[in-house]
Design a protein around this ligand. Structure first.
Ligand code: SF4
Length: 364
């Protein structure tokens, strides 16, 4: 049996702190599983301030599961543009379709059903079940992980083993009443008090029980995971016909699937950037580059790798071979309608700035 909060328990202290210190966020105070689901998906690997405008806009565009399921994928990706990790948006869309088709438009409340939906890993499933349905499933995000590791003095490196230990401990203290509040209280405690640097131990409701505090180890727990990021270099061709630029849609399903980009691809081992550009344009568009000029270099960080994008302005020997649905000639103004990954969006921004300056000079 799970313990009920009492005057001495950790969970009671945390819930009591939460009552007066909780963050006032637009997804708090609702039990609507759709809204909670959307907020939690957006919040994965993104900060609250970054999510706020997206969340509000999303609910205006797709106020319920049905509206999301019926929206074209391009609109969904466009609403997500800038949040990164586009697979999450595609999964939201896919899961909404399944919920409408198989569950009458109601987000299921059984763990096995929910976790079988696209994009519903253990975290999202537990968050929706605990916050929307009041079921005692613990969650672990970066904030919860930090608080718990410090509280229990766990010095292991971040990873699956530590998370398993934490889930066990959380499972034994999550209260049967208000489990969703308890999960959110831990998230808020991590965000507001038990911060990564300079944690506010003096105002912490569980200071008396915290092993990291007792041992003076707050700054060394959690030990960072050892990561060796894969680095990828890509080349892209900026090809224009007057004021219209050639863009193409990435295939559905793969990395950044369904998003738009400029033609190009990865530099192979031993290739120069220019050789890679010529090869990629030949392979993708069946055309030879006869002139190219370096425009800019853009860096972007993904979860497990780092990309450097080298953009070249290109002139082709003949007309490119284009797919009817895959390619578009589009003006910079119209590009706003297409969802781009962040790296390509920086190139669009650069082109806009260049055009603006050119027109400014022309006008002055
Ligand atoms: Fe975090 Fe300090 Fe509270 Fe421990 S006492 S949980 S280190 S804020």
């Amino acid at each position: 049996m799970r313990k009920k909060p009492d005057g001495r328990s950790i969970e009671h202290e945390i819930l009591r702190w939460y009552r007066t210190n909780r963050r006032d966020l637009p997804w708090r105070g609702t039990k609507d599983p759709y809204r909670i689901w959307v907020s939690e998906v957006m919040l994965q690997q993104t900060t609250v301030p970054a999510v706020l405008p997206y969340y509000k806009k999303w609910l205006r565009l797709f106020p319920d599961v049905g509206a999301l399921a019926n929206a074209p994928l391009d609109n969904v990706l466009k609403a997500w543009e800038g949040l990164g990790y586009y697979a999450r948006a595609r999964n939201l869309h896919q899961a909404a379709k399944v919920i409408c088709r198989e569950h009458g438009g109601r987000v299921p409340d059984a763990y096995e059903t929910l976790i079988g939906l696209p994009g519903f890993g253990p975290y999202i499933t537990a968050a929706v079940l605990s916050i929307a349905h009041g079921l005692p499933f613990p969650v672990i995000d970066a904030n919860v992980r930090r608080v718990m590791m410090r509280l229990f003095g766990l010095r292991g490196r971040l990873g699956v083993r530590v998370d398993r230990q934490l889930l066990e401990r959380l499972g034994s203290i999550i209260p049967a009443r208000r489990p969703g509040d308890f999960n959110q209280a831990l998230m808020d405690l991590g965000a507001l008090v038990c911060r990564p640097r300079n944690p506010g131990c003096l105002s912490c409701p569980v200071q008396m029980r915290c092993l990291a505090f007792k041992r003076g180890e707050q700054e060394v727990i959690p030990a960072p995971a050892e990561r060796d990021f894969k680095r990828i270099e890509t080349v892209v061709g900026i090809i224009n016909r007057g004021k219209r630029y050639l863009i193409q849609r990435r295939p559905d399903g793969g990395l950044l699937g369904g998003l738009w980009e400029f033609p190009g691809g990865k530099r192979e081992k031993g290739e120069t950037l220019r050789d890679a550009l010529r090869r990629e344009i030949r392979e993708e568009l069946g055309a030879e580059v006869i002139n190219e000029r370096r425009l800019l270099k853009v860096r972007h960080a993904y979860t497990s790798f780092r990309v450097t994008l080298h953009a070249f302005e290109c002139e082709l020997a003949g007309p490119p071979k284009l797919g009817r649905t895959r390619h578009r000639w589009t003006s910079l103004k119209d590009m706003k309608r297409y969802p781009f990954p962040s790296g390509s969006a920086k190139i669009v921004h650069f082109l806009e700035e260049t055009e603006r300056k050119r027109e400014g000079r022309g006008g002055g």
